[in-house]
Write a protein that binds this ligand. Structure first.
Ligand code: NAD
Ligand code: USQ
Length: 396
């Protein structure tokens, strides 16, 4: 298949591009490298020494004989270039990773909130509008988030996108209806993914676009079968207070000998998936296609759920690291339960890599190997959800 990967220079996009290329797909990466510019803005670099996209692509073709094309393009800001590219490549599928994906970064300031909304909503809408304008039958695979469901404890296993409800009308008759599961985003970033959901629902219903929305949990790990092949293919490993996600941060903190930063009591339960599984799921989604049904194919891309405190204890048991309960910068429930279905990806062949496997050790080894590149001053999360949270943190 011909596949365009929007955001293919990022943490999930780069290993997904390699996974698809190694399975004989013709891959074009599109990226505007804003994530690398954000590293400069925040004054922190990936723990691992990631190479330029050109160097990465050259290394891959040298090692495997497989070429990956690349285009520097802003999906949110250059609609004319986007339509020209889509008309030229006529992809069978596109994978859309090209969004600002950090919740803390999205809450830093009014300008970060506005950037996140402008970038994410326009990126998604430009892609959908361009496919309709060109009349292309391209399958859109989007990386969404489990966060669209919100983190209230629900007495059900969360469904995959759509939800059956029944209600009594004014005459006392009962009706059944399928709706998108009500969203309850916890940050401006998660809010943009909720808006994306509505865009997808509309374009699937109105224009018969074939769309798969992967509601992904928190990705942990840093390497995949392909990125391990050569140091020049190494993947990004974020550990800072904005882009570092919880388990990867704990692993780096343990490797650096600093306490594990549990926000509040650590009773927050979240869904997780290893990076290797994530890239496999993306390939399974691309290869399985999607039919025109007037509705979006939503799949929960997760393998297990854990609360933050349990993860900290697991990492502490393996490494001896101390655990610190820090003031929570976020406006989120201290404790929640979470259980969600993932039957669609299991049916496609997902064979979950669980936390007990050796991959925790691999991430720890990488964190130790590049520990001298870490900047300890960038570990605390200093993006507060509101002034009350900021005051709470400074009172500590
Ligand atoms: P990332 O920031 O590492 O990668 C995103 C890439 O998109 C970057 O290379 C960036 O330069 C590019 N990009 C952003 N805006 C663009 C634009 N307007 N035009 C062109 N390129 C643009 O993020 P990631 O961790 O790889 O996440 C990728 C996707 O997966 C995101 O949409 C995110 O919401 C989703 N996701 C990530 C995780 C996770 O734990 N990392 C979990 C669930 C979902
Ligand atoms: N947390 C800590 N200590 C830390 C960092 C985080 O206790 O040092 C807590 C947070 O307060 C939160 C939980 O860990 O309760 C998860 O935080 P996170 O930063 O790991 O994940 P999140 O902000 O939800 O975002 C990440 C990705 C995002 C993706 C999302 C999937 O950055 O792109 O959409 O995971 S999900 O969480 O399922 O919505």
């Amino acid at each position: 298949m011909k596949v365009i990967i929007f955001g293919g220079d990022g943490f999930c996009g780069w290993p997904s591009a390699l996974e698809l290329s190694s399975h004989d797909h013709e891959v074009t990466i599109v990226d505007n490298f804003v994530r690398r510019r954000i590293d400069n803005e925040l004054g922190v670099q990936s723990l691992t020494p990631i190479r330029s996209l050109d160097e990465r692509r050259k290394a891959w073709s040298g090692l495997t004989g497989r070429a990956i094309d690349a285009v520097d393009l802003d999906l949110a800001g250059d609609y004319a270039a986007l339509t020209e590219l889509l008309a030229r490549v006529r992809p069978d599928a596109v994978v859309h990773f090209a969004e600002q994906r950090a919740a803390p970064y999205s809450m830093r300031s009014p300008s970060h909130k506005r950037y996140t909304v402008d970038n994410n909503v326009n990126a998604t809408h430009n892609l959908l509008a361009a496919l309709v304008e060109l009349g292309l039958d391209t399958h859109v695979v989007h990386l969404g988030t489990m966060g669209v469901y919100g983190y209230d404890t629900a007495p059900i296993d969360l469904p995959e996108g759509y939800f059956d409800v029944s209600f009594v009308d004014r005459n006392g008759d009962t009706h059944a209806r399928e709706i998108l599961y009500p969203t309850k985003p916890g940050s401006v970033y998660h809010l943009t993914k909720s808006l994306d959901q509505l865009l997808f629902e509309f374009y699937a219903r109105n224009d018969d676009l074939r769309i798969t929305d992967l509601h992904q949990g928190i990705v942990w790990g840093t390497q995949t079968t392909q990125t391990r092949l050569d140091e020049r293919l190494i993947n990004r490993f974020d550990y800072d207070g904005d882009f570092g996600t919880v388990l990867n941060r704990f692993l780096v903190q343990a490797a650096l000998g600093t306490p594990l930063t549990v926000h509040g009591t650590g009773g927050q339960t979240r869904a997780f998936i290893n990076l290797q599984d994530s890239v496999r799921c993306v390939r399974l989604a691309v290869e399985s296609g999607a039919d025109v049904t007037g509705r979006v194919r939503v799949m929960n891309q997760i393998t297990e759920t854990h609360c933050v405190r349990d993860l900290a204890h697991l990492v502490s048991r393996v490494t001896g690291a101390e655990i610190a309960e820090v003031a929570n910068p976020r406006n989120e429930a201290d404790v929640n339960e979470l259980s969600a279905r993932n039957s669609r990806l299991l049916a496609l062949g997902l064979d979950p890599i669980l936390l007990e496997t050796g991959l925790l050790e691999e991430s720890l080894d990488i964190a130790k190997k590049y520990a001298d590149r870490a900047d300890l001053s960038r570990i605390p999360c200093v993006s507060y959800w509101n002034d009350a949270r900021r005051a709470l943190a400074s009172a500590r």
